[in-house]
Design a protein around this ligand. Structure first.
Ligand code: NAG
Length: 203
């Protein structure tokens, strides 16, 4: 698990460019289908420029192209206590709540931008299930802005990080070392996903 391999990653970087985009999900994309554009929606000024981020008719920002970064050393997963992982993910969740409640005042815009966040996040499920055709990784350029989230007095920063939604996936790191197996994982990961969805919805 902890071994580092110096394999070049170029060989897999071409994989995603010619695969199909993620399947359309009517549940997560229904807002986009009904409205097409949210720019200036309902005459509410905080919607100004909403579509600039992913583009009109692209509510969830479905990533269609990825560029894998060439690295000196491959990034390899390491298994740590699940509680440590759950803590980090809860921090991200509470930060989303903070950003939405402190940096947007119109509840309509709070609601729509949160739905956009959720539907955009949920694409990662089909990546993990290997049904999207996308690489399973993260954008290192976008992650690198994490240190600029807060001002030195602890308040949320308002600086422009200088990227748009279309930059997501353009500096992709694809960690290796996971147990994905093309013959057995599709069914076992599918079972795990269904059990989790059942647990989440109480079914
Ligand atoms: C939708 O947004 C994603 C993420 O920004 C981008 O990769 C994709 O090209 C966009 N699709 C269209 C049709 O504009």
């Amino acid at each position: 698990m902890f071994a580092k391999f110096a394999l070049p990653l170029l060989s897999i970087s071409a994989l995603a460019s010619n695969v199909l985009a993620a399947p359309f999900n009517p549940r997560t994309q229904s807002l986009a289908r009904r409205y097409g554009s949210f720019d200036n929606w309902g005459g509410i000024s905080s919607f100004d420029g909403f579509d600039n981020f992913y583009g009109e008719d692209n509510f969830s920002g479905v990533v269609s192209s990825q560029v894998v970064v060439e690295q000196q050393e491959e990034v390899v997963c390491q298994s740590i206590s699940i509680e440590i992982v759950q803590q980090r993910l809860l921090v991200l969740q509470e930060m989303a709540r903070q950003i939405i409640t402190e940096q947007v005042c119109e509840v309509e815009t709070q609601t729509v931008v949160f739905q956009q966040f959720l539907s955009s996040c949920s694409q990662f499920s089909s990546d993990l299930l290997r049904t999207s055709g996308r690489h399973v990784g993260y954008d290192s350029n976008i992650v690198s802005n994490f240190g600029s989230f807060y001002n030195s007095d602890g308040s949320l920063s308002t600086s422009d990080f200088g990227f748009s939604g279309s930059d997501a996936g353009q500096s992709l790191i694809v960690p290796s070392g996971n147990n994905w197996d093309f013959s057995s994982s599709p069914s076992s990961v599918g079972n795990a996903f269904n059990a989790a969805v059942g647990a989440a919805t109480g079914n």
